[in-house]
Design a protein around this ligand. Structure first.
Ligand SMILES: [Zn+2]
Ligand SMILES: [Zn+2]
Length: 263
């Protein structure tokens, strides 16, 4: 069994869950400790049974509740050194014995899972996505990506499921109330991934056995779930696929997703 849930996804906070028979692993803790607790309880998972929390990068929407949550439940945190040092407020709350440092591109194990962190272009100190392996199954998490790179594509290749960022639509972004500088940051090479770029990425990955995709980290101000979905499907069609080529869903900002069971 290898199951995935999005608990929270979007610029207002991110937290994801990977579950096997033996392991419950949280990825990011970007909402309050209380909200994470409630989401886990809803899934009948006691927070203290988590085997760890993986951290992608130090932005608040990924670590807001980290220190408090990890301290309260005495949980191991897996993070790279630069990222840890870039979030002193969170770091101070995490017990030394619970800090597990990883190096990007180097695989490590947590129980029955193998984790491979990979580099992403984003304006944080040392941000990463994750591929997670169990037996012969692979899934990947890739959000906060300024632009798609060959390195990321290589890491996503062979995944049965990907949680992929589909952050913004360029036209909606330009008309949004965001200040000009923020607009250029989001659309820039170390900002976020557009709906169109997400669609192109998925089209590339369908050749290598991708079966399920959840679009995530949608912007509240510069995207709409229907528009993200439609834009991605248009990209699939222009690459000779259609929406029946895969199971395509959208992670909600603050509602727990349906269980994604990886076959
Ligand atoms: Zn970020
Ligand atoms: Zn983010």
């Amino acid at each position: 069994m290898l199951n995935f849930y999005s608990l929270f996804s979007g610029s207002s906070g991110n937290s994801l869950l990977v579950k096997t028979e033996n392991t419950n692993l949280l990825i990011d803790a970007g909402v309050s400790s209380k909200k994470i607790e409630n989401a886990l309880n809803f899934l009948n998972i006691s927070p203290s049974t988590l085997n760890g929390i993986l951290i992608t990068h130090e932005h608040t929407d990924h670590v807001q509740g980290l220190g408090t949550f990890a301290k309260k439940y005495d949980l191991p945190v897996y993070v790279n050194k630069k990222t840890l040092d870039a979030m002193p407020k969170q770091k101070d709350k995490i017990l030394e014995k619970n800090i597990n440092l990883f190096t990007i591109e180097e695989k490590f194990e947590i129980n029955d899972l193998q984790i491979k962190p990979f580099a992403i272009p984003h304006d944080a100190v040392n941000p990463c996505g994750f591929s997670i392996f169990k037996d012969d199954k692979k899934i990947s998490i890739a959000t906060d990506i300024g632009h798609m790179t060959n390195g990321i594509l290589k890491n996503l290749d062979g995944s049965k499921f990907v949680l992929l960022e589909s952050n913004y639509d360029p036209k909606v972004l330009m008309c949004s109330r965001y200040p000009y500088l923020l607009k250029t940051r989001i659309a820039g090479p170390t900002g976020h991934l557009s709906n169109e770029a997400a669609g192109k990425t998925i089209s590339c990955l369908l050749k290598s056995g991708l079966k399920q995709v959840m679009l995530g980290h949608l912007s509240k101000e510069s995207n709409f779930p229907e528009l993200a979905y439609k834009t991605v499907v248009e990209q699939l069609i222009s690459n000779n696929y259609n929406e029946n080529s895969l199971l395509l869903s959208i992670a909600s900002r603050d509602t727990i997703s349906k269980e994604v069971a990886i076959q």
